[in-house]
Design a protein around this ligand. Structure first.
Ligand SMILES: Nc1ncnc2c1ncn2[C@@H]1O[C@H](COP(=O)(O)OP(=O)(O)OP(=O)(O)O)[C@@H](O)[C@H]1O
Ligand SMILES: Cc1ncc(C[n+]2csc(CCOP(=O)(O)O)c2C)c(N)n1
Ligand SMILES: [Mg+2]
Length: 335
């Protein structure tokens, strides 16, 4: 039998995962003054302002160890997603990640190899998503009835102004960086009876988008530099998150149906497979962690962005071709 965390002491488990997390460490960091190993980390903040955010994944709420289609979530998947969803919120402010702390709550029967994988997934996401200045500087370990992974991240604005949700103005264009609907399509596959072995390459990729999202890090800082007037990351669905931006700015966000149809096209075959209209995923699906941003007309749009709508004078809310939407998106409590 492969060992479980209950076979180890806390410090023995730490000795196993810390070197894996420290794969993110860089000798030249001018941010991390004291890393893991003491009571807390110490960071220097060259910009004088710190961006900070936190996000949690809970077993059976944010992932399942085993899905209805038979797929078993790896530690690598969960570690990757923890890093990705946290770095996304820093991206959404126009910043770049600088440090991360990670809290792991683990049932005693969790395999040590699963936790090793988690540490590897976290480090891999930080590296592969391009958060080259981000290091894991600490965390916490504890036992619990289910797996809970919380990561908190700090970021730097590198001298730029943060891009808030409040700055959209009538006449602005609305633009998207990254994808929408792919993680939700992947979730629908995982929740279906379609085994991974039965899927084509396109559908497997959608499942990967759910398990290991790919936020367009770098697009946030690029948007800030280009003068984005408002921005947020799409974690709960295009409509729901656009509503947040619209409410914060006191404007109408009006989506262009032709642009939405283009976003839907790559999801058509999976929609047919599952008997679901893929527009549900485009409008209501969260977890791709693309960026929704507004820009003044005539601005040189950063290359990662495509125009998908316009900002109107109000009332505050979201419309599609001036009509109210019928699909809303994810809410942890309202379902
Ligand atoms: N428990 C809490 N205590 C204090 N503030 C909170 C709490 N939960 C959420 N918030 C704040 O409420 C705001 C909205 O939170 P929400 O989680 O919807 O946005 P978000 O952090 O962008 O989401 P996501 O992580 O899905 O991108 C954020 O500014 C967040 O910091
Ligand atoms: C088992 C399972 N059920 C449902 C979902 C879908 N889901 C969970 S959280 C979330 C929004 C973002 O959350 P947050 O705002 O906390 O970052 C979504 C769309 C899932 N991934 N796994
Ligand atoms: Mg966010």
């Amino acid at each position: 039998m492969s060992p479980t965390v209950a076979d180890l002491s806390e410090s023995a488990l730490l000795d196993i995962i810390l070197p894996r997390l420290l794969a993110t460490a860089s000798e030249e960091s001018d941010v991390v003054l004291v890393g893991p190993g003491d009571d807390a980390a110490v960071l220097s903040v060259p910009d004088s302002r710190l961006v900070i955010s936190i996000d949690t994944q809970v077993q059976d709420m944010d992932f399942r160890l085993q899905w209805p289609n038979g797929y078993r979530t790896t530690g690598f998947n969960v570690g990757w997603k923890a890093a990705a969803q946290n770095l996304s919120d820093i991206n959404a402010m126009g910043g770049r990640g600088t440090s991360m702390v990670v809290s792991l709550t683990l049932p005693g029967n969790t395999k040590v190899s699963w936790v090793e994988d988690l540490a590897d997934g976290l480090a891999a996401a930080i590296r592969e998503l391009g958060a080259n200045d981000c290091q894991v500087v600490g965390g916490d370990l504890g036992a619990g009835r289910e797996i809970v992974v919380t990561a908190a991240v700090t970021g730097s604005l590198e001298g730029r102004e943060p891009v808030l949700r409040t700055g959209a103005r009538p006449g602005d264009i609305v633009a998207l960086a990254g994808t929408v609907g792919r993680a939700a399509a992947g979730l629908a596959i995982l929740e279906s009876s379609r085994s991974m072995e039965s899927l084509g390459a396109d559908a497997v990729e959608l499942v990967t988008n759910q398990l290991q999202p790919w936020p367009p890090l770098g697009a946030g800082p690029a948007a800030a530099t280009a003068g984005a007037t408002a921005m947020l990351d799409i974690s709960d669905g295009l409509i729901r998150d656009a509503q947040r931006l619209a409410a914060a700015s006191g404007v109408t966000v009006d989506f262009d149906p032709e642009a939405l149809a283009k976003l839907k096209n790559p999801l058509e075959s999976t929609g047919k497979l599952l008997g679901i209209d893929p527009m549900n995923w485009v409008l209501g699906g969260g977890e791709d962690h693309g960026l929704l941003a507004t820009f003044s007309q005539g601005v040189d749009l950063p290359e990662q962005f495509v125009v998908i709508g316009v900002v109107g004078a109000g009332p505050a809310g979201v419309t599609i071709d001036s009509q109210p939407p019928t699909i809303f998106g994810w809410d942890h409590f309202a379902g």
